[in-house]
Ligand binder design. Sequence first.
Ligand code: BGC
Length: 360
Amino acid sequence: MKKILAIALVLGMAFTSVFANGAKDGSSKGVKVGVSMPTKDLQRWNQDGANMKAELEKAGYDVDLQYANNDIATQVSQIENMITGNCGVLVIAAIDGSALKNTLDGARKKNIPVIAYDRLIMNSKAVTYYATFDNYKVGTIQGDYLVDKLNLKNRSKDDPAYIEFFTGSPDDNNINFFFGGAMDVLKPYLDSGVLVCRSGQTSKAQCATLNWSTEEAQKRMENLITSNGYGPRGTKLDAVYSSNDSCAMGITNALIAAGYTKANFPLITGQDCDIVSVKNMIAGTQAMSVAKDTRVLARKVAGMVEAIMTGTKPEINDTKTYDNGTGVIPSYLCVPEYADIDNYKALLIDTGYYTADQLK
Ligand code: BGC
């Protein structure tokens, strides 16, 4: 009963907003959708923004697409402008998932539905739906890969594998799932001594990388190399767990500078299949990545916008995982896929995600 009431409320809010903000007949005509993206610095958000704009325009919406340069105050002011500028729906990939509550109270007052895009927006009742990838699965794909390639199931603590850990921005709720998923797989091996992290830095806080910055990851890897003596002729390092490609890039730079080559490179994980990382996979420096087809995510989010506008129910496939502190947000989770040198062509080129030339 509660659920029915909640859905009725959401649909009611959506209609009020549509009529408040442009459309006369529940159609997309004249309705503006605000799309707020965190930064142009990382490849994926450029793709996400472009895909969202294309999908929404194809469906007849006007789109106000903004990038916030990874600056929270900029994102807040861009969203405020979207609210006062009569956007009918907001689609937001937050820089800091916990920094938008007050701003979104303004959207709530005007009955503007908010879709959290890829990253959950925390502690805000304004969030109507959430669309992302199965973030926990991203983490377990990465963890399973390391178990397999480091042969952890058949090793003993007399012959352990050595690893260091990197995850992403501490203000991004996704790292709880990426890092958490990977650690759920790897912790038993750390506990039994079959896997060893010499620095001892295995907590999420110790492994976090603000803004998922390549430079920050590089600096921390350089420090780990110096303090532990890692090197092709130094202390053994078999793998570096990285939650995504922008961090993997910094780690790779530091390892190359320390003298590692394709012949002895530690296994590095990643996520996103950024062009640079796929090139590194081809060159033999990054071992794997996780492919997340952002075209599919954009299509699902455009479908959510359309459902809101037409007062129908969008496609939801998860109603228990993502609690933003105000309750569970109905979500659609797209499927992430394992990617490495053996399947990248089928995954990325044959599907038209990249052209072969882009990866040369
Ligand atoms: C996304 C990842 C991305 C990271 C850095 C995360 O929230 O889910 O795909 O690598 O942000 O942009």
